[in-house]
Design a protein around this ligand. Structure first.
Ligand code: ZN
Length: 290
């Protein structure tokens, strides 16, 4: 196979952007400014992907507006704000913000930071996997997850387009497991920081080549199949950050002989208005009861 410069760049994009985010946050933790560093990394990745989606798009068709820009941002801000509210309420109630300040139980605090973060990612991912899988296979939960799947194109902006109940559902699964495992707050923060970085990469409309990374992480190449309207294709690749639980439970899906569908979406009548989307789970439940 002939490797042109552009092909090499396509192979390097995913690890380069991921490492940019992680390294920036790590420098912040070393200098006592983790929040500033996180924001630089978060918005830095957004800017990088904004330009890459124009230079190296995966689907030309997805470059056109779907009229959902403000709704996508609205859901992102609302779910992030909601998570913050949950954290603040927990702090006011005397609970720790995100799990215990120090490790408890069998958590291996003596391990190097890197391996502790890997362990927390794997454990948290088991919760995220089942939260996502139940949202596809259990109809009442699908009603809020359908808001995410109602998009007709993938790009970095709809990474955070999740109904508030969807985010709550995922948080319950993941944080319960993390707390049970006794992971300290510092490690849980790492998982919470890495998740949106990988999310941006997963949804971006950039022609990245992920190769063996698609056996470890949830990559755009895997996630495009997850947005297929064909149920057998869409009910796959449930991992949020990692793909290992999909491999273990047999839901990893990545055909090598064809491209994922361009016309993505879901058959559910998710409204185009923001308030309609917020109300959608309730309206869908009521309609089903009537
Ligand atoms: Zn899904």
């Amino acid at each position: 196979m002939q490797y042109s410069l552009i092909t090499i760049i396509k192979h390097l994009l995913w690890p380069a952007i991921f490492l940019f985010g992680v390294t920036t946050y790590w420098i912040g933790t070393q200098n006592g400014h983790p929040v500033v560093a996180y924001n630089i990394a978060y918005f830095g990745i957004a800017v990088i992907l904004f330009f890459l989606e124009r230079w190296l798009p995966y689907e030309q068709k997805w470059q056109k507006s779907d009229g959902q820009l403000f709704n996508d941002i609205g859901h992102t801000v609302l779910t992030k704000g909601f998570s913050q509210l949950l954290a603040t309420s927990a702090a006011l109630l005397g609970l720790s913000e995100f799990g215990p300040e120090s490790a408890s139980g069998f958590w291996p605090t003596e391990w190097p930071l890197f391996f502790q973060v890997v362990l927390a990612l794997i454990i948290g991912e088991l919760g995220l996997y089942w939260a996502h899988r139940t949202a596809h296979e259990w109809w009442p939960a699908w009603c809020w997850h359908a808001v995410h799947h109602s998009v007709t194109k993938l790009w970095f902006v709809n990474t955070g387009r999740f109904h508030v109940l969807d985010s709550l559902w995922k948080s319950i699964f993941a944080l319960t497991l993390a707390t049970l495992a006794g992971a300290p707050k510092e490690i849980i923060m790492w998982v919470l920081v890495i998740t949106p970085f990988i999310g941006f990469l997963t949804h971006c409309n950039v022609d990245m080549r992920c190769g063996w990374l698609s056996w470890v992480f949830n990559t755009p190449q895997l996630h495009r199949w997850h947005h297929s309207q064909v149920v057998e294709e869409g009910n796959s690749n449930y991992g949020e950050n990692l793909i290992i639980w999909d491999t273990i439970f047999g839901t990893r899906y990545l055909p090598a002989d064809r491209r994922p569908p361009v016309d993505i979406g879901c058959p559910d009548p998710v409204p185009t208005s923001f308030l309609g989307q917020i109300a959608f789970p309730v309206t869908a439940w009521l309609k089903a009861k009537a």
